[in-house]
Each structure stands twice: as structure tokens, then as C-alpha cells.
Write a protein that binds this ligand. Sequence first.
Ligand SMILES: Cc1cc2nc3c(=O)[nH]c(=O)nc-3n(C[C@H](O)[C@H](O)[C@H](O)COP(=O)(O)OP(=O)(O)OC[C@H]3O[C@@H](n4cnc5c(N)ncnc54)[C@H](O)[C@@H]3O)c2cc1C
Length: 382
Amino acid sequence: MIKIAKKENCTGCHGCYNVCPKKCIDMNFDEEGFLYPSVDSNKCVECGLCEKVCPIMHIVEVENEPIAIGCYNKDEKIRMESSSGGIFTLISELVIQSGGVVFGAEFDENYNVRHSYVDNIQDLHKFRGSKYVQSTIGNSYYDAKQFLEQGRQVLFSGTPCQIAGLKRYLQKDYDNLICQDIVCHGVPSIYVWEHYKNFIANGRRISSVKFRDKSTGWKTYSLQIDFDDGSSYKDIGNENSYIKGFVKDFYLRPSCYECKYKTLHRESDITLADFWGIEANVPELDDNKGTSLIFINSDKGRLCFEKIGKSIVFKIINIENAVTFNPSSHKPAIMTKKRDTFYKEYRNKNLNLLVDELLKQNTIHKLYNYISYLKIKIKNIL
Ligand SMILES: Cc1cc2nc3c(=O)[nH]c(=O)nc-3n(C[C@H](O)[C@H](O)[C@H](O)COP(=O)(O)OP(=O)(O)OC[C@H]3O[C@@H](n4cnc5c(N)ncnc54)[C@H](O)[C@@H]3O)c2cc1C
């Protein structure tokens, strides 16, 4: 029966849930709004498979030499619908054109986020765009394995911990599997997202959510929520309380504060990120429409990159410079005491006011960013 030494290490990957031959593991919400496995001990036959597939009980050390590339999709429409440079869609198209299947994160009918799969290009729009809430894996690992066993190519896209979960669940390498992860700041609580969207909706029915609307620019993106009655809500990301609380780590999953997967040596074949700090690194790729920073982590990743080469504008860059402004690529989020205060109060208080009360501008952080920017600028001039 699965027993993770510290509950807060569990990433909620659903590997144990997918593998259990007796279907005796359920994923249940804790009080903070994150899913954890719970085992029906009456049905459990102690086969040990759940522990065998747990990625946290079996951390993999990867040794590779990732290559960092700044790039964007030449198709402007796709790029504008995507969070950064629209690279996810290009890789997905390759896989679908070869008869394959793509797994990614979509909104369900209540605008919660779940993993699912598509096998046609028209449906890829469901996965486009970052959704800043933890995506529920459900049966996706099991489904992916069925497609892999049938010999179909599978692209599995997710957070690094979801990719680690999939790989451990599969227990063997498949030539027809491509894993693409994201640089992940951390995943917010499903309860907090529900609470926030219901507060904004105020009884209206949501018809669309964009966490990264680029009509106000890529760097100054907006959170936009549209409603059935034709009205909409729009707020610049760095002024929006939900985004601010997310970025300041008030309601991330506990495992995100000790994330083992924020490293430059990743299990995925290809990693996608926003190219924050692009002005200092490759200003010629910056038109404020979104540029991706990608890491090629394996031969499969390199092959994908070669195949999309004609459809993108790109430049290979020094990885250490590239990640200076993207700490999420290699450092876990920072646990803050304000998280406890947030959780004690958020249900009884206006979330906007609460986040603003908890936020004090961190001037040291701002100064650090400015100095890093100057250092790279000077290095480039020299
Ligand atoms: C929760 C979260 C935190 C992130 N934090 C950072 C960060 O700190 N720094 C950074 O540079 N980039 C971060 N990103 C990644 C970045 O925002 C873009 O997703 C990435 O650059 C890909 O952009 P794209 O334009 O190529 O594709 P897009 O079309 O934007 O593709 C989106 C991809 O992300 C996947 N996705 C969307 N939401 C989720 C989710 N909730 N869980 C799992 N997968 C999801 C989709 O399945 C799809 O594969 C984060 C993304 C998410 C979802």
C-alpha cells in the first residue's frame, strides 16, 4: 500500500491510481484543494505496484547536455494564441501528421483543468495556452500506454513531475513516445482557482478563460474571462490578484516548494518556457508577441527540433545566460509564511484584498533582476 514518507512530497501525478490492478486507489482532495491518493485497504492485495511506479520514491538523476534555443513559430495566428512562441503546436502537428496522438491540459466544462488527448490538428487549440492551475491526469497514463502499445506515436505534454510520473508508470522506454515538459513555476490549488473564478463570474456562465491573453502584449499579458451574456473580465497579469498570488507562491502545491524536477537535466525530450530576459539575451527575437526558450534534452528532442526548423525563427544560446531570468527552470518555489495566512483567510475574504494585503514589494528581488540584466548587457557588448 502506497505510503509516501512525507505527504507534502506527493506531486499528485496519478501514477499509483493508473497502475492499481484492483482499482483500490482514489484521488481525493485535501483541505487545500490538491489531489492525493487514498487506498481502500479492504481491496488492496499489497502487490506493491503503486510504490514501484511512484516517481518520488524513485528519483531519476539525468545526465545530459541540454541545448538552449530562443525561437518562435512563423505562424503569427498560432503564436498569438499560445503562451510564448507557439512551439507546442508545431511539435504536436508533427506527431498528428504521423498518425499519432497528443496529450495535454485542457479546460473541462466547468473551467477546471484536466489532461486529455487529441489526434487531429483542429482540436489542438484546446491545449494551447498555459492554464495556471494543477491539471488532473485522470486515466491519461493508462490511455497513453494503450496508444504506445498499438505502435502509435504519442506526444505527452505536461509539467516535469507529470512527465516523471508517466515515465515511471510505463516502466520501459518506448521509441514512439516523445515527452515535452514546461518550465513550471508551480501549480496552484484547484480550490483556490474555483473560488476565484466563481467570485469573478458572480453568477454569470463562463464561456472562455485565457490566462495569457496577448492583446496587451506578451510581457504584459492579461487574464481574460468571457461570459455567455457577452460580458468579459480582463486584467493585466501583474496587476491581477490571482496571478500575483500564484507568482508569489501563496497557493502552490506543497511539493512545488521542494520540487525535484526543477533542474536543467530533465527527463523530457524537449522543454518549453517563456524567454523571460530576452531583451538582454537576444533582443532581435523580441517583438513582444511571445518568444519561447526551449531546451533540447535528448536525441528525440533534437530530431523534433530539426523537423520544425523551417517553421520557426530561432537562435541557439548559452544556457546559463538564458535561464538568468527564469529561476523556475532550476530553483523550487519559496515557501512563505504568508501561505498559511492565505489559506486561513481566503474563503472569508475578498481574494483581491487579501493578496494585496499579503504582498509587499520585494525590492531586493527587483534589484537582483536589474543587476543580472546589466551584467548580461555588458558581457554582450564586450
Ligand atoms: C502552471 C504553469 C507554470 C508555468 N511556469 C513557467 C515559468 O515559471 N517560466 C516559464 O518560462 N514558463 C512557465 N510555464 C510555461 C509557459 O507558460 C508556456 O506554457 C510554454 O512556454 C509553452 O508555450 P508555447 O507557446 O510553446 O505553447 P502553448 O500553446 O502555450 O502550450 C501550452 C502547453 O502547456 C500545457 N499546459 C497548459 N496548462 C498546463 C497545466 N496546468 N499543466 C500541465 N500542462 C499545461 C499544454 O498542454 C501545452 O502543452 C508555465 C506553464 C504552466 C502551465
